[in-house]
Design a protein around this ligand. Structure first.
Ligand code: FAD
Length: 240
């Protein structure tokens, strides 16, 4: 796991090994002009800030995404029309036989919030391309994007971000609209509830358990299916 911002873990003990890449995978440097290499534990906002300080534009959107580079590659994270696939050059991975190899971006199929790299690969580092842009302009863009995000999504609350993916049909309703139409906005299970600012953001008001969150998720999934006929899929990853 990276920062765990897209993962919902069960409350009981977990029968397995959890590998979290942090300090030893947090190096960040410039490889050559407008190319950045970052360890997979580097936070998205850190790479965005690093790019800004080096007059490299194109990675501003990453300032709005909580989490690490590793998580962003696995999830093909993105916002405001840009995704990690748009700036990725290659990713260095460790496979389960202990071999380290580098995979160029054009050997990876990215789609909405996913990539087709085998689930058992551990991402170690990645390189990213940007283009020259004045620091001041980048700074302005980051402030603009952060404000935009703050206006539409809850901040400073316990949440996993967007819980469900938008349905594939581009012309249909967005998932937050489907939820709004299908469930009461004050629906709660224990301390698990729906954000009044964005109905696809589920919130832990304090001491919500895994079971509270799961009941809320299941209730929403079923209600949306019953009321609108649309089957919605999870964006967050549940480990149970
Ligand atoms: C408030 C909030 C707002 C959000 N807004 C957005 C948004 O605008 N756009 C968006 O796309 N997402 C958004 N998210 C979701 C989340 O931030 C992203 O999915 C993020 O990229 C996850 O990164 P992470 O490091 O936390 O990954 P984790 O949640 O820790 O893991 C996610 C997945 O990546 C895998 N993974 C992580 N690191 C590695 C590694 N080194 N090697 C192999 N696999 C790895 C994990 O196994 C897991 O399958 C938001 C979340 C929150 C809480």
């Amino acid at each position: 796991m990276g920062a765990g911002s897209n993962i919902l873990f069960k409350d009981e003990s977990y029968e397995g090994v959890v590998i979290k890449l942090t300090k030893n995978f947090s190096n960040i440097s410039i490889l050559n002009e407008n190319t950045i290499v970052a360890g997979s534990g580097v936070l998205d906002r850190t790479i965005s800030e690093f790019a800004m300080n080096n007059n490299i534009g194109g990675l501003e959107f990453l300032s709005c995404i909580p989490g690490t580079i590793g998580g962003a590659i696995r999830m093909n994270s993105g916002c405001f029309g840009r995704e990690i696939k748009d700036v990725l050059i290659s990713v260095q991975v460790l496979d389960k036989t202990g071999k380290v190899r580098t995979i160029p971006y054009n050997n990876i199929n990215f789609s909405y919030r996913k990539c087709d790299l085998p689930k058992d690969l551990i991402f170690l580092s990645a390189s990213f391309k940007g283009e020259y842009k004045e620091k001041k302009k980048i700074e302005e863009e980051i402030v603009y994007l952060k404000n935009k995000k703050e206006m539409s999504q809850p901040t400073q609350v316990k949440t996993g971000g967007s819980t469900f993916k938008n349905p594939e049909q581009k012309k249909g309703l967005k998932v937050w609209e489907l939820i709004k139409q299908s469930v009461p906005s004050d629906l709660t299970f224990g301390d698990a509830t729906i954000s009044p600012k964005h109905s696809n953001f589920l919130i832990n008001k304090g001491h919500a358990t895994y079971s509270d969150m799961k009941k809320l998720i299941d209730f929403i999934t079923e209600s949306v299916k019953d009321k609108t006929g649309v089957k919605i899929d999870l964006e967050i990853i549940i480990v149970d």
